[in-house]
Design a protein around this ligand. Structure first.
Ligand code: ZN
Length: 254
């Protein structure tokens, strides 16, 4: 049994301690929040994995479908939820973040909708964490934002727009989808490099190759999954580019 600890948030219903954590390295405090889905058939199997002594994964918070919240790792410790990834030049995302696992079987389980009670709890918890650590709205991220080639969670059915209406996270209304892709896989040149530069400016880990390569397609798909979920095809259509531009403009004003 891992040792119990006092919860960091009054929203926590119970502490389910995980032994899978370490010390934060190079970051005295978390400055982003990473949202995940559990991606397993049941909540029980996911919680068992995240708290198993032999496991090598964990998170700080775990949110059931009915909105109950458990804390697994103290916030000042480094939980093991993000794996290999990067955001805004940060490569040890676990050291710089708070990880929240939201119970949902994920794409492999048909990606069912997130119940309202679960979303309400997520909004309340993220707001509470962000307020205590002064975490900026644009630092509330999807796991897929950090690791576009590896991860799809919490997925395109996660209601980022509902979070934004409640004042949580960074969001603009997606630009309408119109016919015809601007550019996509296989193309190259200055417009592709400009797109890559915009994605990097917003925070995505992307090389400015000037070629619409497989990593670029994965990053564009991750962007769409979070910010333009009506169509996820990895192609830089006008709606995708306009939505990205509006988000960047929003950063400049804030
Ligand atoms: Zn994840």
């Amino acid at each position: 049994m891992s040792e119990a600890f006092p919860p960091d948030s009054p929203l926590v219903a119970r502490v389910a301690p995980s032994p899978n954590f370490g010390e934060r390295r190079g970051y005295a405090r978390p400055d982003c929040i990473v949202l995940h889905y559990t991606g397993m058939p049941t909540a029980e199997s996911a919680l068992a994995l995240l708290t198993a002594p032999a496991g090598n994964v964990s998170c700080h918070y775990f949110i059931w479908e009915d909105g109950e919240i458990a804390q697994l790792v103290p916030e000042h410790k480094r939980a093991w939820h993000a794996g290999i990834g990067q955001w805004s030049g940060v490569r040890d995302v676990n050291s710089a973040s708070i990880g929240v696992e939201i119970v949902n079987p994920g794409h492999d389980g048909g990606l069912p909708a997130f119940p309202q009670a679960q979303i309400d709890a997520t909004i309340a918890l993220v707001r509470n964490i962000a307020a205590r650590w002064a975490i900026r709205p644009e630092r509330v991220l999807a796991h897929s934002d950090l690791a576009p080639a590896r991860k799809r969670d919490p997925g395109e059915r996660f209601p980022w727009n509902a979070l934004a209406r409640a004042g949580v996270g960074h969001w603009v209304e997606p630009a309408p989808i119109v016919d015809g892709p601007l550019f996509g896989p296989g193309q190259e040149g200055p417009p592709v490099r400009a797109l890559q530069a915009m994605l990097a400016l917003y925070g995505y880990g992307i090389e400015l190759t000037g070629v619409y390569d497989a990593p670029t397609r994965a990053v564009v798909a991750a962007f769409q999954r979070h910010f333009r979920p009506a169509r996820i095809d990895g192609e830089a259509d006008a709606s995708t580019v306009a939505t990205l531009r509006a988000l960047i403009d929003g950063l400049k004003k804030s």
